[in-house]
Design a protein around this ligand. Structure first.
Ligand SMILES: Nc1ncnc2c1ncn2[C@@H]1O[C@H](COP(=O)(O)OP(=O)(O)OP(=O)(O)O)[C@@H](O)[C@H]1O
Ligand SMILES: [Mg+2]
Length: 150
């Protein structure tokens, strides 16, 4: 029923908690996991406007930021991948650039995902909210079930 899982992660402790629930879904026939990290383009929007001053084209600058994010998070990505492969999943990793909610929902459709499993909170500082903006936006907009882990 839940054969293909999308695991969006910001590598926060709450997102990491989702891993044990993903592993439990193996018993209900889950076979494949896509681990997704979205580099929020909001963080570099200001820089993009001025990157020409530094001699970069915007696309070239975006690629540099992505490459930097990939190498910065490589250890964590590999760690998650290893755990899921050892649990018997077929695993692929996607690191994308954009708005996290939009990318998560787009990839869920593109990849024909059966369920999204994610943390309720992430690296954000607001501890009083029940859901962060990415988990809330995904629950509101995704066309597939979302399992949110507190
Ligand atoms: N950039 C991202 N790429 C992929 N998944 C993400 C990303 N950011 C958050 N997530 C997923 O969404 C979950 C909830 O994080 P969210 O960002 O909504 O909470 P927060 O950081 O506490 O709040 P906010 O970002 O609104 O300040 C995370 O545990 C993770 O599973
Ligand atoms: Mg966040």
């Amino acid at each position: 029923m839940y054969s293909k899982i999308l695991f969006p992660t910001d590598f926060s402790p709450c997102a990491e908690k989702a891993i044990s629930y993903i592993i439990q879904l193996r018993d209900s026939g889950a076979k494949e996991v896509i681990v997704l990290h979205v580099v929020d383009d909001f963080c570099v929007e200001g820089l993009l406007k001025h990157c020409k001053m530094a001699g970069f084209e915007p696309e070239e600058f975006k690629k540099l930021v992505l490459d930097e994010m990939i190498s910065e998070n490589e250890e964590m990505v590999e760690g998650v991948k290893k755990i899921l492969i050892e649990a018997g999943f077929q695993v692929s990793v996607r690191i994308e650039f954009g708005k996290p909610v939009k990318e998560i929902c787009k990839i869920a459709e593109e990849e024909n995902i059966s369920v999204i499993v994610m943390g309720a909170k992430g690296k954000g500082a607001l501890k009083s909210m029940i859901l962060g903006s990415v988990s809330e936006g995904t629950v509101r907009n995704a066309h597939v079930p979302v399992l949110v882990i507190h």
